[in-house]
Structure formats: structure tokens, C-alpha cells
Design a binder for this molecule. Structure first.
Ligand code: ADP
Length: 577
């Protein structure tokens, strides 16, 4: 499965919507640009006028006056360019920051099932390579494009007002250029799209290799992984070379055609001036306009190119938003804290169900252990009950409301899942805890740390709660990280909690201790503990035994042992381990 890519009209309207959020900055930038382009046009006109005056035999004082005005205008232009550039960069940064924020927001709200199915490579590609690709356009390009288009328009209008026939000559090279740009775009756009997709593949391969480095080492896969990387890099190289050739062709054509207008005007002038159709000053002004236009128009073709490659990246960035949400908030509020699963079935891949119509009523406040052989579907059921994945059919409800009808916020206030994946976020210990409850007080944080048995080691850290942890700072042991993750959940305070081997990284004694203290901290909460150590089941109020995606036994520990079924044999086998 691939993540969606936004269509061109959506890209344009979405990008416009982002830009429009900064009306004051746009207005400031535009004012500076319009004034600057008027000055750009005025200078050649004054030079032309001056030439005509000199030919007519004007006074030295008049010439000096003109030269002073031209000097002042050039100085004003410098100042305006500086200010214009300054505000444009501020504007570019603001737009870029907004785009990044929007992207992070969409990525973090994406259904987990989609992320898993699409692979993280594509998503990482979009948040890194594609973002980098649009950065230059957004920070520099938008401003330059506005500037160039405005200057060109003002220049053409001025030229037509001054001498329409000569001004027509300025337009001549635009005709072949339009064809060349169209030819180019038809080839470059698919080229850039293929490049972006290939970069995503490459980042997928790289991340996978780095994340799974121990497997790569253990199975001696280094050469295999290198070969895969080599193939991907070669493909990128070929694609980049193809688009580079296209760019070289475009630029050469642009440079050639943009040199022609000044020449054409000069040649026309050689005929027009002696015949009295135009003065030397007018021909000079128009020729200067031609020279003046060649640089920005050349630059524009460069920006058209950047714009194309940015547009493909933007389509991928905005595409993230088009992933359909797997839940729709209905506004209904749960009437109780009772969580139950009705006829829940689930397929990771279509046609391969791993849960078959599971029914389970949790009693508020109980601890229910789910046990069973590996691959039986325990984790999958846990994720259904926690609302991480919506069931393929059937439903999981809390207080009568299906979990998929709650907002993410409401969902986490009701149920939460703790797994053995214990990520420590870069930041302080307090930051890590406040992720769950932004307004948690210091006392509350110490309280939950104490209840998880973590207060003692946090106290010993140099900065206590303010100690920086995570990648690049203090590295916590897996057990400490797990305590922190659990403390976070206790702080979040959901009434139902699913622990999926949440204590598996600790030694059995510490784990049992933690589970007991967790039990105390969660007094009155409903806990579903997916367990591979059967004492968890022994300590629980009820035990559900799962085999092949079905609950085959459900009852109290001693009842199930007495029954002599699946659980009894698991229990016997475990005790003899
Ligand atoms: P348990 O927790 O009992 O070991 P799981 O719920 O993890 O079982 O897995 C149940 C079945 O679903 C297994 O056959 C497993 O291979 C499959 N499965 C688990 N996770 C995924 C996934 N992300 N994609 C595809 N299949 C999966």
C-alpha cells in the first residue's frame, strides 16, 4: 500500500490556503515589490530621456539634475531591495514553519494501520527529503517569483506606453520559450516524481538496515544490504542525470533566446531613428528594458524548474492529509466505564483473519489476564480493546459508544495501551511525563514515579525531574524506561488499561513487584494484562485463554486449573519450566 499523493488542483489550493494565513506579511512584501519594480522601470526611461536631451543640446545643469535623480533612484532601489528581501524571508520562514507544523500534525494523527501498511520509508521520505525540496522554494522562491513577475509586467507595460512597435520585439523570444518550457515540463514532472519516489525507497532501505543492524550483523547480510542500496542509488543517479540533462537544455535555450530582444531592438532602431519613427532615447530605453528583462526571465525559468520539483514534493506532503481517518467522532459520550468487545474480527491482510468474532465483557475494576500461545492474537485483541486499530468487523465499545466514534483525546481518557516498546522522548523526565498530562504538577509527577518504584533513581539524578534523558543525553535502562512509560500512563489516568507484556523487559521479581505497585496505582481501574508469565494470570481476577484468534476459556485461575483444560496444561507446563 502506498500513501496518497495530492492532485495538482489540491496542491495549489492547499498551498494558497497556507500562504493566505499571513495577509499582513503578503501586503508588506507586495508594497515593497511594486515600488521597487517601478523604480527599476524608471531608470532606463530617465537614461533615454537624458540621451534625447543631450542630442537636442541641453544644458549641463539639466544633465547633472538627471544624473542626480538617477543616482537617488538607484540608492532607493538598493534600500527597497534590502527591505523587500528582509520581509520576504520572514514571510518564507513563516510559510515554511506552517507547512512543517501542518505535516507533523497530519503525520501524528494518521491511522496506525496505514503507517504500518505503507511502511515508514515513504513517510520519512516525505518528512525529510520532500520537506528539504520545498524549503528553498518557500524561503527564497516565492519572493523572487513575485518580484520577477511584477517587474516583467511593469516593464512590458512601460515599454508599450513608450513605443508599442518596438515593445513587440521584446515579446518575440517569449514564443519559442513557451514551447521549450512546455516540452521541458512534460518530461521533467514525471522525472521529478520518479526521483522523489526513489528517494523514499532509499530512505526506507537505509532506515530498515540501521534499525535492524543486529539482524544484519547476525545473519551476515551486510553484502546483501549493500547490494540493495547500490541498486537504489544507481536508480537515483540515473534519474537525477536525466533531469539534469533536461535542465541544462532548458537553461541553454533560455539564455540564447533572452539575449535576442536587445539585439532586435537595436537593429530596428538603426532603421527607425533615421526614418524618424523613434528617437535615440526611446530606442535606448526599450533596448535597456530588453537587457533588464533577460536576467529575471532567465531566473524565472530556473524557478519554474524548482517550482516543478517542489510541486511534486508538495503533492506528497499534502497527500499525507488525504489518508482517510479510521475513526469519526460522533460526539456521543460513554455512559459508563464498561468496555466490551462484540463479535470482533480483524484482518491485517484481507482474507487472513487473526481474530474470529471475539466477545468479551470487561467488568469495571477487574484485572483480566489474557494468556495463550504466541501468535494466538492476544496483542491484536489488546490493540482492538485499546482502540488502536478499528476491528474489521464487530465493535469495541465503552459505555455503549464504539471506540471509533471517540476523538483521539477522548479515547485516551478512557483506554490506554502500554507495550514493551518503551520510547524515551528527548527532553527532561518531566517533559516525558507531561506528554501524558501537560498540566501535571511536580507533586503529581513525584507521586506517580513513587508508585512505579522509580522515585529513588530519579532522586539520585543530578537534576531530578529536570534531568535530560533520551538520545544524546542520559540513557535510561530498559527497565527505567518502562517505569517511566507506566508512570506516564498512570498520570494520564484512563479507567481501562491494556498492558501488553509491559513489564517483560524487567527481571521476573522486579516485574512482579512493579505489577503489584501498578495494581495499587491503578486501584479501581480495569486492567487487561497480556501475559507470558503465568503468575500475572494467577494474580488476576479472571483469565482469558486465547487460541487461534478465539477465546477458548474464561474464568478464575483456580476454576480454570480445576477444569483441566487448555489453561490447566499451560499452568502445569509453566510451573515446571
Ligand atoms: P500474540 O500476541 O498472541 O502473540 P499477535 O496478535 O501478535 O499474537 O498475532 C496474531 C497473528 O497476527 C499472528 O499470526 C501474527 O503473525 C499476525 N500479525 C501480528 N501483527 C501483524 C501485522 N502488523 N501485520 C500482519 N500480521 C500481523
Amino acid at each position: 500500500m502506498k500513501l496518497p499523493i495530492a492532485a495538482r488542483p489540491q496542491v495549489i489550493s492547499r498551498f494558497w490556503a497556507v500562504i493566505r494565513r499571513f495577509p499582513k506579511l503578503i501586503a508588506t512584501v507586495l508594497v515593497f515589490q511594486v515600488v521597487a519594480s517601478l523604480i527599476v522601470v524608471a531608470t532606463p526611461w530617465l537614461i533615454g530621456r537624458l540621451l534625447d536631451l543631450i542630442v537636442a543640446g541641453t544644458t549641463r545643469a539639466e544633465v547633472t539634475r538627471y544624473l542626480i535623480i538617477i543616482g537617488v533612484l538607484v540608492a532607493a532601489q538598493l534600500l527597497l531591495t534590502y527591505l523587500g528581501e528582509y520581509f520576504s524571508r520572514v514571510f518564507g520562514q513563516a510559510v515554511f514553519a506552517q507547512l512543517r507544523e501542518d505535516l507533523v500534525n497530519s503525520v501524528t494523527h494518521m491511522p496506525l494501520s496505514v503507517v504500518e501498511a505503507a511502511g515508514t520509508g515513504d513517510l520519512i521520505g516525505r518528512t525529510t527529503h520532500d520537506i528539504d525540496r520545498i524549503q528553498y522554494l518557500v524561503q527564497r522562491g516565492i519572493y523572487r517569483i513575485i518580484m520577477i513577475v511584477l517587474t516583467a509586467l511593469v516593464t512590458y507595460v512601460a515599454a508599450f506606453l513608450l513605443a508599442p512597435m518596438l515593445a513587440l520585439l521584446l515579446l518575440v523570444p517569449l514564443i519559442p520559450l513557451m514551447f521549450i518550457v512546455r516540452w521541458y515540463l512534460r518530461r521533467a514532472v514525471p522525472g521529478y516524481q520518479a526521483e522523489s519516489a526513489q528517494w523514499a525507497t532509499l530512505s526506507g532501505i537505509t532506515t530498515e538496515t540501521v534499525e535492524q543492524h543486529s539482524t544484519v550483523d547476525a545473519l551476515d547480510l551486510r553484502r546483501v544490504r549493500n547490494n540493495i542500496l547500490d541498486v537504489a542509488i544507481t536508480q537515483i543517479w540515473n534519474l537525477e542525470r536525466y533531469t539534469a540533462y533536461l535542465r541544462i537544455f532548458l537553461l541553454s535555450a533560455v539564455i540564447f533566446f533572452l539575449q535576442t530582444p536587445a539585439l532586435l531592438v537595436a537593429m530596428a532602431g538603426a532603421w527607425a531613428i533615421p526614418n524618424g519613427y523613434a528617437t535615440l532615447g526611446v530606442v535606448t530605453t526599450i533596448a535597456l528594458y530588453g537587457v533588464q528583462l533577460s536576467h529575471p526571465l532567465g531566473e524565472l525559468s530556473f524557478w519554474v524548474d524548482v517550482l516543478q520539483s517542489a510541486a511534486t514534493s508538495l503533492a506528497r506532503i499534502f497527500g499525507v492529509d488525504e489518508v482517510e481517518s479510521d475513526r469519526v467522532a460522533s460526539g456521543k459520550q460513554p455512559t459508563s466505564t464498561a468496555v466490551s468487545a462484540h463479535e470482533v474480527s480483524f484482518e491485517y491482510r484481507p482474507g487472513h483473519p487473526v481474530l474470529h468474532g471475539v466477545d468479551l465483557e470487561l467488568r469495571p475494576g477487574e484485572t483480566l489476564a489474557i494468556v495463550g500461545p504466541s501468535g494466538a492474537g492476544k496483542s491484536t485483541l489488546g490493540r482492538m480493546i485499546a482502540g488502536i486499530h478499528p476491528p474489521t468487523s464487530g465493535s469495541v465499545t465503552v459505555g455503549g459508544v464504539p471506540l471509533v466514534e471517540l476523538t483521539e483525546n477522548e479515547l485516551h481518557q478512557n483506554v490506554a495501551l502500554v507495550t514493551q516498546e518503551h520510547h524515551v522522548f528527548v527532553g527532561t523526565i518531566a517533559d516525558n511525563l507531561r506528554l501524558a498530562k501537560p498540566d501535571a504538577t511536580v507533586e503529581q509527577m513525584w507521586h506517580v514515579l513513587k508508585s512505579m518504584g522509580a522515585a529513588s533513581w530519579v532522586q539520585e539524578l543530578s537534576d531530578g525531574l529536570d534531568t535530560k534523558v533520551g538520545s544524546g543525553a542520559l540513557t535510561l535502562s530498559p527497565a527505567q524506561a518502562q517505569q517511566l512509560a507506566l508512570a506516564r500512563i498512570v498520570l494520564m489516568n484512563p479507567h481501562t488499561l491494556i498492558l501488553d507484556e509491559a513489564t517483560s523487559l524487567m527481571d521476573p521479581t522486579a516485574a512482579r513487584q512493579l505489577e503489584r505497585s501498578l495494581g495499587k496505582a491503578l486501584e479501581g481501574r480495569t486492567v487487561v494484562a497480556i501475559a507470558h508469565r503465568l503468575y500475572t494470570a494467577h494474580d488476576a481476577d479472571r483469565v482469558a485463554v486465547m487460541v487461534d484468534g478465539r477465546i477458548v476459556e474464561l474464568g478464575r485461575h483456580d476454576q480454570l486449573v480445576a477444569r483441566g483444560g487448555e489453561y490447566a496444561s499451560l499452568w502445569r507446563a509453566w510451573q515446571h519450566e
